[in-house]
Design a protein around this ligand. Structure first.
Ligand SMILES: Cc1ncc(COP(=O)(O)O)c(C=O)c1O
Length: 386
């Protein structure tokens, strides 16, 4: 049976060939660490890592490559900010019910241990957050606004630009979780007024698992207390973490095989137009929505039109547990997707799907073909009419 991969919201697959080749070539022929050693291979590794940093900075319009921190996944990038900014802080954070556990759990931790207060702004029936509700939730002691750019459950794209304007006007640091959007839609940090932007390297950027990136605006690294302390290959005679970026937030050896693969993913992305990548995602999503809508026993979640959402389509089939549907899709059709809560329990609570086991989620990628969408739609139709 053909493998039809519709779980790109978890991690993109397949990656471009150049990603596999770059990782393999680095591992076999180089293998040296970054920023530690003056021999030829170590210098070459450092060059590759710096080049990846430069390409990331360019992709999002960062002022300098030093605004980019390498992390180990999207969760790690978010934690660098959520721990770094909120340590010893009894302030207030505005976030939303649309967030992933990688934001919800660190915030709940600070609520429980440190007296931090958190407002979780509700969404509308399709999962969209109202920027006005974010503004209304701000208090005099609000220390951070943390928002997901695009939901991994409903695919809803949030009004981050409008929220960023509010944050900027009130001088409140603004953290954007771009896990589902970076590499899939054009993003400029200045347009969003993002002070921090966190994302995995292994989804829309097509790097390997184990990679993540964090953008930190100039002047804000000073407010972050690093939670990972250790060797940086710089200022090694000092007994404290360097204050310079990005070393301040990058203790220990970097995941160089991952970063080298991520760099190849970035080069591949540069050969495409991000506008076209986004158009293709809209086209595939529209076909999924249009193909499933006619079935009266299939419920769809999220915004009704494809251009308001990412390539993420959550659905349920009446009478079936979501996991049962995913198992059938896999075993009978070779279609791989994710069923359940998708690490976003408050989003499911808002949709009314928390108690019933969540939803089935199809998520498309750059390599998804029209034929794969046709097979997926046929499979849903068969299960729904059984
Ligand atoms: C919206 C959102 N935020 C954060 C994450 C966490 O990313 P990672 O799995 O790389 O830790 C995910 C992963 O699915 C996500 O969808």
């Amino acid at each position: 049976m053909q493998r039809i991969y519709l779980d790109n919201a978890a991690t993109s697959w397949p990656k471009p060939n150049s990603v596999y080749e770059a990782v393999d070539a680095y591992q076999r022929a180089n293998g040296a660490p970054a920023g530690r050693g003056g021999y030829h291979e170590a210098t070459e590794t450092q060059r590759l890592v710096s080049d990846a940093r430069r390409r990331l900075a360019e992709l999002i319009g960062a002022a300098s490559p030093n605004n980019i921190v390498f992390a180990f996944n999207g969760t790690d990038a978010l934690n660098i900010v959520l721990h770094g900014l909120l340590t010893g802080n009894d302030g207030h954070v505005v976030t939303t019910v649309a967030e992933h556990n990688s934001v919800l759990r660190p915030l709940r931790y600070w609520e429980r241990t440190d007296g931090c207060e958190v407002t979780r702004v509700p969404c509308d029936a399709s999962g969209v957050i109202d920027a006005g509700a974010i503004e209304a939730a701000i208090r005099p002691n609000t220390k951070l606004i943390a928002i997901v750019h695009g939901s991994n459950v409903t695919g809803a794209i949030q009004p981050c630009k409008a929220i960023g304007e509010i944050a900027k006007k009130r001088d409140i640091p603004f953290l954007v979780d771009a896990a589902q959007t970076l590499g899939r839609t054009p993003i400029q940090v200045d347009e969003l007024h993002a002070d921090f932007l966190a994302a995995p390297g292994h989804k829309g950027l097509h790097g390997p698992l184990g990679t993540g990136v964090l953008y930190v605006r100039d002047g804000l690294a000073e407010r972050l207390q690093p939670f990972r302390l250790g060797g940086t290959g710089t200022q090694s005679d000092e007994d404290h973490q360097p204050d310079t970026m990005p070393e301040k937030l990058e203790a220990g050896n970097l995941n160089v095989p991952g970063i080298v693969g991520l760099r190849a993913g970035l080069i591949d992305l540069e050969s495409k137009s991000l506008g076209e990548v986004r158009d293709r995602e809209i086209e595939l999503t529209a076909r999924l929505l249009e193909g499933m809508r006619p079935h009266s026993n299939v419920s769809l979640f999220g915004p009704s039109t494809a251009d308001e959402r990412l390539g993420v389509v959550s659905f349920n089939i009446e009478g079936y547990d979501p996991r049962e549907v995913a198992d059938l899709l896999d075993s009978s059709y070779g279609i791989q997707c994710r069923a359940g809560i998708h690490c976003a329990p408050l989003m499911h609570a808002a949709l009314g799907t928390l108690e019933s086991g969540g939803t089935v989620r199809f998520s498309v990628g750059l390599e998804t073909t029209d034929e794969e969408i046709r097979i997926a739609l046929e499979a849903v139709a068969e299960i729904a009419s059984a």
